[in-house]
Design a protein around this ligand. Structure first.
Ligand code: EPU
Length: 302
């Protein structure tokens, strides 16, 4: 989708929005898959309601992207423009046990920065790629913790009200890889309350999680993390592994040899290749175990 209306193109810089025409989503996603569209990079949160009103009244559909690390985007010319926040400097401000973090902050860097200031709790998230906004929306978690446990306040663009709002932590529900935010709400900033812990102790926890991750996940390869959610009481990776599907491929889309719930782009995989592989594995798991696996990865396909 291209923004061609000269009035819109002229309004964007006034709002601190940078238009990158014909951007490849493959360059914005950790899977390295995705077609092209116009990318709007937003510097000021305050510009978002006006920008979205203008896009909506001009009939231009849009989607929000964070770090693109849990996203499978379709091929070819995409039917919506993509909005992304520009990371401000500084992106994390500490006040006692509270961390005020911009949604565009890198998750791992935020965890490390807090750790260096003796604020812990999020050791499990080290090594999870993506932005804080993406982690918040998905309630990212690993090794027994989830980011939602530490959230005290969220600033967001609330699509239903078409304005910027601040929600208190107890107004949001955080479940396993799911939150009560609406699909077209846009995360802008979060206030976390983190337990005090000496840096040395946090570092030890980080090292343990890093080691576990390195030994069980294909870290150097292009992936979107786990493709399927774990069904209650079971492991999608173990089920796929038990069926002997590691290495199964459709073109360059491949079930990782290291962790069967990671599907990697081993070269020039298309979204169609990846979606075909996902559907095939899902079908085989259903036939063998009677379990319908649910996507963990967010799919934008049309
Ligand atoms: N297993 C296999 N074969 C495999 C993969 C796993 O037998 O190919 C077995 C493991 O040996 C283990 C069990 O399955 O006994 C669970 O595996 P693992 O500890 O790797 O955890 P997981 O359930 O597969 C979840 C999260 C990961 C998170 C890890 C660590 C989901 C869908 N996945 O994986 O999160 O990093 O725990 O906490 O919840 C993600 O969300 O993208 C993600 C990677």
């Amino acid at each position: 989708m291209r923004i061609e209306d000269p009035q819109i193109v002229a309004a964007l810089p006034e709002w601190g929005v940078d238009l990158r025409s014909g951007s490849a989503l493959a360059d914005l996603t950790s899977l390295g898959i995705g077609g092209t569209t116009d990318l709007l990079r937003i510097k000021k949160h305050e510009a978002i309601p006006d920008l979205l009103n203008l896009l909506d009244s001009s009939g231009i559909p849009h989607r929000f992207v964070g770090g693109g690390s849990n996203l499978l985007v379709g091929d070819g010319e995409l039917p919506w423009v993509v909005l992304q926040l520009v990371r401000p400097e500084p992106d994390v401000v500490l006040d006692g046990n509270f961390a005020q973090v911009d949604a565009a902050a890198d998750l791992g860097r935020m965890v490390t920065f807090c750790a260096k200031n003796d604020l812990g709790g999020m050791e499990g998230l080290i090594g999870v790629p993506g932005t804080v906004g993406g982690a918040l929306r998905m309630n990212a978690g690993a090794y027994g913790m989830q980011i939602g446990s530490y959230v005290r306040e969220v600033k967001l663009y609330r699509a239903a009200d078409r304005k910027l709002e601040t929600l208190q932590g107890d107004q949001i529900s955080f479940e396993y890889r799911h939150t009560s935010f609406a699909p077209d709400d846009m995360m802008l900033a979060v206030k976390l309350e983190l337990p005090s812990k000496p840096f040395k102790e946090i570092l030890q926890g980080i090292r343990i999680c890093n080691e576990k991750r390195r030994s069980s996940q294909p870290l150097g390869q292009k992936s979107a993390g786990c493709i399927f959610k774990n069904p209650p009481g079971a492991s999608a990776g173990r089920m796929i592994d038990e069926l002997g599907l590691k290495g199964l491929n459709v073109g360059d889309a491949r079930v990782s040899d290291r962790h069967a719930n990671f599907f990697v782009n081993a070269g020039k995989a298309s979204a169609t290749d990846m979606l075909t592989l996902i559907a095939d594995v899902r079908e085989r798991v259903y036939s063998a175990f009677g379990v319908e696996l649910e996507h963990e990865v967010v799919v934008w396909n049309g």
